[in-house]
Ligand binder design. Structure first.
Ligand code: ASP
Length: 293
């Protein structure tokens, strides 16, 4: 199986001036994940490392540079899925962890549980050997100003990665600070298994982004995988998923990236833009702001 990887940096409407930063960040992150896959590494490692790079990049609304909530804290959610063993790890509302995706993975692999939230998730991070950081360390000057202006109109820059490795194992990872100026405690689709991401060997993998309430109402990533299980290709499944959400909600504002079990890519969105990238047949990293597969 030729390994494949795809990543996104959010679906929404944003200023064209932001496009370059998003595409550069996606390229950097995908080169890390792709290198892992090219040397025979696991899809799970590739998506975790790709998302870590995106979390560490202040351009994106995940990890460092996330939006502050109404209490002035960067409150982070993440989800990782191992489609080979049908397992996941997730965190919601963590405030003292630099890379929530790695905490999610440790929860999946090193605890009998799947999902931790709030203070308990931060405490679990410490137990699992992850050093806690002050929340301030996640705050950038741009996001501080955004918070002080009480702005809720920011672009969605949630991040996600999906991959299939040379063994045919699929994995997905998603990380976010959620929507701008969210009420404290609000959690969107991103850490919800089947909503923000899904992966199942033999079927494929999907990652969703956009307005989280609608995405989780429909378990959108699972829907994409259900469509592939019915025989649709990645492109067809991505389009069908957007038709599905758009037919139900007037303001769906969603995007999805998809890889099927044959390694085909798909992406679609109901938003004006979806920042995403993939590695093509020639091994070149491609990025786009609108899907036209
Ligand atoms: N889906 C995320 C949320 O609602 C936001 C995003 O994708 O940017 O928390």
């Amino acid at each position: 199986m030729i390994p494949k990887i795809m990543a996104h940096g959010g679906a929404w409407e944003w200023d064209d001036a932001l496009d370059t930063g998003k595409c550069t960040g996606l390229k950097e992150a995908l080169s890390i994940g792709n290198e892992i896959l090219q040397r025979g590494g696991a899809a799970l490692d590739a998506v975790e490392q790709t998302v870590r790079s995106l979390e560490n990049n202040p351009v994106f609304d995940a990890g460092t540079g996330g939006y502050l909530n109404q209490d002035g804290l960067v409150q982070l959610d993440a989800l990782i899925i191992d489609g080979a063993v049908r397992d996941f790890g997730a965190v919601g509302g963590v405030t003292q962890v630099q890379n929530p995706i790695t905490l999610a993975r440790k929860i999946m692999e090193e605890t009998p549980q799947c999902f931790f939230v709030g203070d308990g998730a931060d405490k679990m991070a410490e137990k699992l050997g992850i050093s806690l950081i002050p929340n301030e360390q996640l705050v950038t000057a741009t996001m501080r100003d955004f918070y002080l202006a009480q702005r809720t109109d920011g672009p969605s820059d949630t991040v996600g990665a999906i991959a299939i490795d040379d063994q045919g194992n699929v994995a997905a990872a998603t990380s976010t600070s959620g929507t701008p100026y969210k009420p404290a405690g609000r959690v969107g689709d991103s850490p919800i298994y089947g909503a923000g991401g899904y992966a199942e060997n033999g079927i494929g993998t999907a990652g969703a982004t956009g307005q989280g309430e609608n995405i989780m109402r429909l378990l959108l990533s699972k829907y994409s995988c259900d469509k592939m299980a019915e025989g649709l290709t990645a492109v067809e499944a991505a389009k069908a998923t957007m038709h599905y959400i758009d037919n139900i909600f007037d303001d769906s504002m969603a995007g999805v990236i998809v890889i099927d079990s044959n390694g085909n890519f798909g992406a679609a969105h109901t938003t004006p833009k979806l920042a995403f990238g993939w590695v093509d047949e020639q091994g070149e990293i491609q990025t786009a702001i609108k899907a036209n597969f």
